[in-house]
Design a protein around this ligand. Structure first.
Ligand code: MBD
Ligand code: FE
Length: 290
């Protein structure tokens, strides 16, 4: 059921697209601005941690050279965004989450694209005429910490299709498929018609997939919706929502599941599933005056 039957986009294709996207994205700005004291403190400890692992495991020359080869291949295949977002980002998110109130956040991942089509609520995500998958209505409110509705909030949503593939990173999918920025109405409400996504499998033909196989791990993330929810004067939250009872929920390769983020859609009786989820945003003192 979770094994894709459609032809798989190659690791090289999706990896390189993720690298290209990262280089052109806003989030890339700010790189190279760390103070020397910070670089010294963090990179020194990072290297000490590596040295410690080498001593404890008595890492050999062949293993050291294999690691170099793998890193070169990961770079050439454009897989560093994929690898880092799967195996490292969850801890960076954990550190930042300690300072954020409201809806729980989780990792962004490598497949966000800025500039999705902006649609007023209620909205149907752009999809193919014959889009496969169980139809689903995902609805709720955006509120502040005091429970006031936030009108005009942006629910930026992106998701995999019924085969586990993301538009922009799989050549056969139309541009913008299953991506949109849905704007809440005067009551802070959004209603989004879509299909339920399938679990995501890390491409098995690239360096990250080969490493996972070599270690005997599994390459799966549970099915999820990606979201960035924000509004003027509020701190945006980057998060994901999962599905109760879904496969891989307890063993996400990216370790990004939190219990507060699991949806339980109900059958609406017409073959559609429905689920409500309310987002809570913290006011952002830096932009509140704007
Ligand atoms: C994904 O779809 C994803 O969400 C993350 C975090 C990493 C790889 C693929
Ligand atoms: Fe994802």
């Amino acid at each position: 059921m979770t094994t894709p039957t459609a032809p798989s986009p190659t690791a090289a294709g999706s990896g390189a697209s993720a690298t290209q996207t990262f280089r052109t994205a806003d989030k890339y700005r700010g790189a190279g601005t760390a103070a020397p004291e910070r670089v010294d403190a963090v990179v020194r400890d990072l290297l000490l941690a590596v040295h410690d692992v080498i001593r404890r495991h008595e890492v050999t020359y062949p293993e050291f050279q294999a690691a170099k080869s793998w890193m070169i291949e990961a770079g050439e295949g454009g897989e560093w965004p994929l690898f880092l977002d799967v195996f490292v980002e969850h801890v960076v998110e954990e550190v930042q989450a300690a300072t954020q109130e409201g809806t729980k956040g989780t990792i962004l991942g490598p497949y966000y694209l800025p500039g999705s089509r902006r649609l007023p609520s209620p909205a149907t995500l752009p999809m193919r005429d014959d889009e496969k998958g169980t139809p689903m209505v995902f609805a709720g409110h955006v509120r502040d910490l005091d429970g006031n509705p936030v009108a005009g909030a942006e629910v930026d949503i992106w998701q995999a299709d019924d085969d586990g593939y993301y538009s922009g990173f799989a050549p056969e999918l139309p541009e913008g498929n299953l991506r949109a920025v849905v704007v809440t109405d005067d009551d802070g409400r959004f209603e989004i018609r879509t299909i339920q996504p399938a679990p995501y499998q890390i491409p098995t033909d690239g360096p990250t997939g080969k490493l996972i196989e070599a270690a005997g791990w599994h390459p799966w993330r549970p099915a999820h919706l990606h979201l960035i929810v924000g509004a003027p004067g509020h701190r945006a939250v980057t998060t994901q929502l999962y599905f109760s009872g879904g496969e891989w929920l307890d063993s996400d390769v990216a370790e990004a599941v939190k219990p507060e983020l699991v949806l339980d859609p109900q059958d609406a009786g017409d073959g559609t599933r429905r689920v409500e989820y309310d987002f809570v945003l913290q006011r952002d003192e830096a932009t509140a005056a704007a």
